[in-house]
Design a protein. Structure first.
Ligand code: PRX
Length: 634
């Protein structure tokens, strides 16, 4: 059993132990798991080379720690409760026994199709239980899964499949999302036509619509599964073998395929899940994140299932058929822990309290947030109206790269403060540094957030580009992992995340590189160049503001260009990356050496009309006033 902290004193004591003797601490936690062979060495690391290995030499299969480790006591307990998009459709429950059978069957399918240990399998599915089955079947046979969020466009999907060199794509005919039906297979077909590594596509029937199947490549999921195959002997993996690749945006245009390990990721996600949410036997836990993002990987699938928890997954959106959908699900399934994003809270808050009429929410014990800073008003609304003033809120700070939660209260143990992620979890050694990398020790300081010691859940590399991994995370400040976030440590030693300090923006909890959006905009034939910045948005946290230089117009005029830019971004990335504001300008504020002064654009996007700081290095200072005027008129 993974140990659980239960008092503040316990946290302080264990935290001290975990940072004075991290290897002793983590090896003790790791003892709770099932290893076919224990490690020869607990940790080997050299941040200057981006080299981190935990539990070296250990052998395991992560799915044995989900199933074989739990089946005896929990075989008949629900592992997954699946709530469909449409409340009139019957929900499904898969017990640990049932999920085990499905995973074994699908593992056999993958093996029959020639997928072997180390092969990459791309998964582009809506939020259906088969998504979990597909991931765990990959893990069972030692294949590396790469789940791509089903909101990504064909171009983004193709780019990711190609980068990972996936042989197989697992997808569906379509997907339900609120009142819409998403043409998943059509998008997948377009993606596959541009990437030649995929030789087979397994297609799950979800919406039942008529779709073309390419002969020799596409096979229906239900035609492959053999009811007789209920037992598949799990492949032995090294602790450091990759478990999955998950793509995320960075400050350059190309998405990064972060690679997570098997052993370290397992230990870290299970430990943090149990402790942060204070999950107890019999609890029903509901994480509303999509599995296409890291939150879904770590805290809908792996963390909960490794802990023998019941994890509720929801196919739909919070506002359909009405804005009471989350609360209905919580009442229907008697959810105890609920984990969501601030953007969802803000959008529901904006729709008014009437959606809470007749909702009991009595079962709730813990509320969580993730993905972006939560403003105080949203925190209080969540606390008062959803938690009824009795549920602690865990504001969990972490990243795709960190694998699991890093700074967060432990529910009911760490005293909370609105908008603060509060204190580091076990083994996490945050370091705040100034621009020059000088550590800012003590309290009441603000700077860039680094982590000065490895933890088991951290990503090991960027797929196919270790140099980029070193450059991005370990070279800004020597011997430290740089998070890209700004942070404040207040007078009580509490951490408050201030947001990104690089060219990454966080839109409704979706992380997007400004360069990625600019690349998409610049594809438009009438666009000369563009600069994208984030601006404060009441619901999304940050909105996307695009300054676009166009010197020629077609018949549609400015509106026509705006619409076609929206379309270009939607096609190249996905509809969630569409700019909120597009300002057509005749030039951008640039230094004499040609560098765009983004800080000026950021201020304009925030609504400022003066006080732009030193503009003497600008090639054409007049352009600033022109842009300010245009922004005002927008
Ligand atoms: O800026 C931080 C913000 O989200 C970034 C990581 O995004 P991603 O890799 O997509 O993972 C999101 C889910 C873990 C961080 O660099 N972020 C995440 N959680 C918080 C947060 N900002 C403030 N408070 C948080 N709780």
């Amino acid at each position: 059993m993974v140990p659980k902290i239960s008092t503040l004193g316990g946290y302080i004591f264990e935290y001290q132990k975990s940072v004075t003797n991290p290897t002793g601490f983590w090896s003790n936690i790791a003892e709770s798991f099932y290893w076919r062979k224990k490690w020869d060495d607990i940790l080997e690391w050299d941040f200057s080379k981006g080299h981190v290995q935990w539990f070296k030499g250990a052998k395991l299969n992560i799915t044995e720690n989900i199933f074989e480790r739990h089946l005896f006591f929990r075989g008949n307990q629900a592992a997954i409760i699946w709530e469909p998009n449409n409340p009139n459709e019957q929900h499904k429950t898969l017990t640990y026994n049932e999920l085990f059978v499905e995973v074994n069957r699908f593992a056999a399918v993958l093996t029959r199709l020639g997928i072997k240990k180390g092969d990459r399998v791309a998964i582009y599915l809506p939020m259906v239980p088969e998504l979990v089955v597909a991931m765990l079947a990959c893990a069972r046979i030692g294949a590396v899964h790469s789940v791509i969020f089903a909101g990504f466009s064909a171009q983004s999907l193709g780019e990711r499949i190609q980068d990972a060199g996936a042989k197989l794509l697992i997808t569906s005919d379509g997907g339900f999302r609120g009142s819409k039906t998403i043409p998943i297979k059509q998008i997948a077909d377009e993606a596959m036509s541009n990437c030649h590594c995929v030789s087979t596509a397994i297609v799950l029937k979800r919406t039942g619509e008529d779709i073309p199947m390419t002969s020799g490549r596409d096979i229906w999921w239900h035609e492959l599964v053999n009811e007789q195959e209920t037992n598949y002997h799990a492949t032995e993996m090294d602790a450091e073998d990759p478990l999955f690749i998950l793509y995320t945006s960075g400050s350059t245009g190309k998405p990064k395929g972060l690679v997570h390990s098997t052993g370290g990721y397992m230990v870290y996600t299970a430990y943090t899940f149990k402790n942060v949410f204070q999950y107890g036997d019999g609890d029903i836990y509901f994480c509303s994140a999509d599995i296409g993002w890291i939150t879904g990987h770590s805290y809908l699938v792996y963390g909960p299932l490794l802990s023998g928890a019941t994890s509720l997954m929801f196919e739909g959106i919070p506002t359909w058929p009405d804005a009471g959908r989350f609360w209905d699900i919580i009442d229907k399934h008697q959810v105890n822990q609920f984990y969501t994003a601030p953007t969802a809270i803000r959008s529901l808050m904006a729709l008014g309290l009437e959606w809470l009429d007749n909702k009991k929410l009595h079962s709730l014990k813990v509320l969580g947030t993730v993905g972006e800073p939560i403003n105080e008003a949203a925190w209080h609304w969540y606390h008062d109206h959803i938690g009824k003033n009795r549920c602690p809120i865990v504001d969990t700070w972490w990243q795709t790269e960190t694998g699991g939660i890093m700074i967060s209260p432990m529910a009911g143990i760490t005293p909370t403060k609105p908008s603060y992620a509060t204190m580091p979890l076990m083994g996490i050694q945050p370091m705040i540094v100034d621009q020059e990398g000088k550590p800012l020790l003590g309290n009441s300081v603000e700077g860039n957030l680094c982590i000065s010691y490895p933890w088991p859940g951290m990503a090991r590399t960027i797929w196919g580009d270790h140099d980029r991994f070193v450059k991005t995370y370990f070279s800004t400040y020597p011997n430290m992992y740089f998070t890209g976030d700004g942070v404040k440590r207040d007078e009580d030693g509490y951490y408050r995340i201030l947001g990104r300090v690089d060219d990454v923006i966080n839109v409704s909890g979706h992380r997007l590189g400004t360069a990625e959006i600019e690349n998409a905009i610049n594809e438009h034939p009438l666009v000369d160049e563009s600069a994208v910045v984030g601006f404060p948005h009441p619901i999304k946290g940050q909105g996307i503001y695009a300054f676009v230089v166009c010197t020629h117009f077609s018949t549609g005029g400015v509106e026509g260009i705006r619409n076609s830019i929206m379309m270009a971004v939607s096609n190249m990335i996905g509809p969630f990356a569409k700019p909120d504001k597009i300002q057509i300008v005749t030039g951008l504020p640039k230094t004499r050496s040609g560098k765009i002064m983004r800080r000026i654009l950021l201020k304009i996007a925030e609504g400022k009309t003066s006080d732009f700081g030193d503009t003497t290095t600008l090639l054409d200072p007049d352009i600033v006033q022109e842009i300010v005027k245009g922004a005002h008129a927008l």
